[in-house]
Design a protein around this ligand. Sequence first.
Ligand code: ADP
Length: 237
Amino acid sequence: MKKSFSKIKEADKMKDNFISMASHELRSPITALKGYLELLSDRNKDKMDEESARYLKNMKSSINRLDSLVSDILEISKLEGTCIPLKITAFNLQPVIQKILEEMRFQASQKGLAIKHPESAIPMVKADKARTEQILINLVSNAIKYTMKGKIEIIAKVKNKELLITVTDTGVGISSKDIEKLFEKFYRIKDNGLESVSGTGLGLWISRGLARKMNGDITAESTKNIGSRFTLHLPLA
Ligand code: ADP
């Protein structure tokens, strides 16, 4: 019994190693393809006919999708594996939120969306700073992706010895049937009118996995056609 358990563990480790190696190996040709595609479109900017420009645009969006898929699969193998390197420290979240606002404001403004964050004193949290930033970027970029008009608001407040960071949008919303499944791997809502928005259905699974590894969590509430609110829970320092 003991022996078969250790064999399963060993096979599992081999699988993790394989996925991690394969994802790393896929990275370099993807980076090269992205670089050459940029070069090609820069060089031929003024010479290209409409059809060729469309082909190039499709190639770029496919390669970008492949790139994020490979990153997500690598993240999954790390999260499912035995150890994901986390650097837990006590830090102030305010500069992290400010940085995200700077980064995402352009993307939001292109869709005519405002991003708001009423500044208030935020107590220190105990978490991995880079991973916290990654989670919040995922939540804010989802809010932008799935909102056609209105605003996105980021608010931080303390409740029950936790810091709650809510990302609220005025987007398409999520039905109660779908909200249960949102955090499953590869789950994407099919009937929200935004099926063409690109994504892998892995972001929330990864974000929740990371939050839980940091002794936090992510919860969601939503009303269809009104908007959604995702909350990142983090332990206070
Ligand atoms: P992706 O956005 O890459 O598809 P996610 O795991 O981040 O993957 O999200 C899973 C699904 O949850 C999305 O495909 C979308 O249907 C839904 N979703 C996520 N965030 C929101 C949001 N803020 N508003 C409405 N639907 C959302």
